[in-house]
Design a protein around this ligand. Sequence first.
Ligand SMILES: CC(C)(COP(=O)(O)OP(=O)(O)OC[C@H]1O[C@@H](n2cnc3c(N)ncnc32)[C@H](O)[C@@H]1OP(=O)(O)O)[C@@H](O)C(=O)NCCC(=O)NCCS
Length: 318
Amino acid sequence: MRHTFANPDFEALTKLWNEFHPARYAIDEDLLRLNTVQSPVFDWGASSTWWESGQVCGFVAVKKSAVSLYPGPDQDVAHISAIVYRDARIGVDMLADVKMALRNRGISKLVFGQDSRHFFPGCPIDSKALQSFLMVEGFTEGGLANDLERDLADYQNPYPAPIPGATMRYVEAEDLPALTEFMEREFPKRWNYDIAHKVRLEGSTPTVFGLFYGETLEGFALVQQGTARIPIGGAVWRNSLGPNWGSLGPIGVSEHLRGQGAGGALLGAALEQLKIEGVRQCIIDWTSLVDFYRKFGFEVTRQYRTMTLNLESNNGLK
Ligand SMILES: CC(C)(COP(=O)(O)OP(=O)(O)OC[C@H]1O[C@@H](n2cnc3c(N)ncnc32)[C@H](O)[C@@H]1OP(=O)(O)O)[C@@H](O)C(=O)NCCC(=O)NCCS
């Protein structure tokens, strides 16, 4: 029987998730609440929990386009933030419901993951059953994204040389106008929104590590650890990273500085800072720059395949 997400048993949903996915994707109840019903783009109409004989046997969490949060995203694209089921038959019924609800609203595309406050940047490639299920349901495959990790216990900065004229330190409250100006000037709107939201809730220290020339910001790295109230990006896998977990990313430097050593120096210093603060297992998420991060001793631990369903084609009409 289908239920809405109003007052669901989050303990039961979390348990079902943790039985469905490999341990490296384990979540906790707080995270499930944060990334579903507490998200401003959670789609209450298309999301559902499914029950049989008084037991939860599946749920699907759908998110709307993030266009209401920042300009840019296509308003006709929706996202499956998560789908979990005891039995593929239930998965098929749940997805049929989602497709119908979205199509009735004129939504043209359904993407697995990549939602605002996402769990997944794509379908985890080690969840073979889920990937096959999505393929059978008409989703098509796109590119690969990677998460990388390392233990910082024995980390040595490969780029310790100072950059002439630059300092690297946390962004402080008085730097916030410079942070806003820099993010708007250089980066995608999604990064700008995510960072501004984090800073509003958690403060800029210890959240944004910056590369400054005087008072001008020319580089940033978002860092998170146990104190983060809203874990985003790689920090959603904090349960698998263990105590003293850390997360870094996104990271970026101004376009005119790229390829001259600034990004390497910033990443090197930010990781050094995390090590000083006691971070051990550290994750860098949703990236294709594997060779760049390998220079810092990071190795790929998770991979995700972009999966998209065109709701306007016959494929999506099942
Ligand atoms: C990624 C980024 C931070 C790298 O900064 P950068 O200043 O261009 O990098 P550096 O010049 O310091 O390079 C340091 C080393 O990494 C290597 N490197 C830099 N970018 C790389 C890339 N995209 N892929 C592989 N290696 C890379 C350099 O060759 C150099 O190696 P070397 O020391 O062996 O010569 C920068 O390009 C950037 O801001 N990009 C836009 C935002 C972005 O894509 N961020 C990553 C999101 S996951």
